[in-house]
Design a protein around this ligand. Structure first.
Ligand code: G3P
Length: 214
């Protein structure tokens, strides 16, 4: 499974890339707003750092505006993946941009039917938001399992990019289900690295080593 860093913050992305286990990045308008810089200002820098797919979301909500914005974003760097929301206009823009050879990540997906339509429109990725479904008592990972099953039934090339990941449990479940990608905040990737017994075990190894060497 590929792991993407879900961030627009250069420091967080740089640190995540240093770990050698991150394959791409995703941003969205909220993550970009947190940095205080328009995505156009940092997108090329992020692409150069990540050297893999980097999702940047359009702001327009009409198909014509999404297409125009998507073309501009895609022209900025070969690694740019254009993010469009799962709406009727988003489907129109996805069809148009994907037919021009631009990769589209259809985002804000909360039910399998939306993922099916996005795949039919030619999306390179679909982004089911698991954490936000869990927040309202629904089964986020159950949605992902349905999407993976549907895509495998019809060999869609579209990749399932699990988003709104709130902990290592989401990333592990995504891998168990067979999702293609999990996009995680840096804090979640750190959580995936750690276990208290690992820390304790390392302390004990070092303490025993010190006894030997005095
Ligand atoms: O990639 C989508 C992600 O950034 C949304 O996460 O926690 O706001 O649902 P969250």
């Amino acid at each position: 499974m590929k792991i993407f860093i879900d961030s627009a913050d250069m420091g967080e992305i740089r640190e995540a890339m240093s770990w050698g286990i991150v394959d791409g990045a995703t941003t969205n308008p909220s993550l970009v707003a947190k940095t205080g810089r328009p995505v156009e200002e940092s997108l090329v820098e992020i692409c150069e750092l990540v050297k893999g797919p980097v999702s940047a979301e359009v702001i327009a909500t009409d198909a014509e505006g999404m297409i125009a914005e998507g073309r501009k974003l895609a022209a900025m760097h070969e690694h740019v993946v254009v993010k469009c929301p799962m709406t009727a206009d988003g489907l129109v823009a996805t069809r148009c941009l994907s037919e021009e050879g631009t990769r589209v990540n259809v985002t804000l997906i909360f039910q399998p039917a939306q993922a099916l339509l996005a795949a039919k429109a030619g999306a390179a990725y679909v982004s089911p938001f698991v954490g936000r479904l869990d927040d309202i008592g629904e089964d986020g990972m159950g949605m992902v399992a349905s999407i993976v099953e549907i895509f495998s039934n019809f060999d869609f090339a579209t990749e399932v990019l699990v988003a709104s990941v709130r902990g290592s449990f989401h990333a592990v479940e995504a891998a168990r289900i067979g999702a293609d990608v999990a996009t995680c905040p840096g804090s979640v990737i750190r959580q995936m690295m750690k276990h208290p017994l690992t820390d304790l075990g390392l302390e004990r190894f070092l303490a025993d080593h010190r006894k030997l060497t005095g």
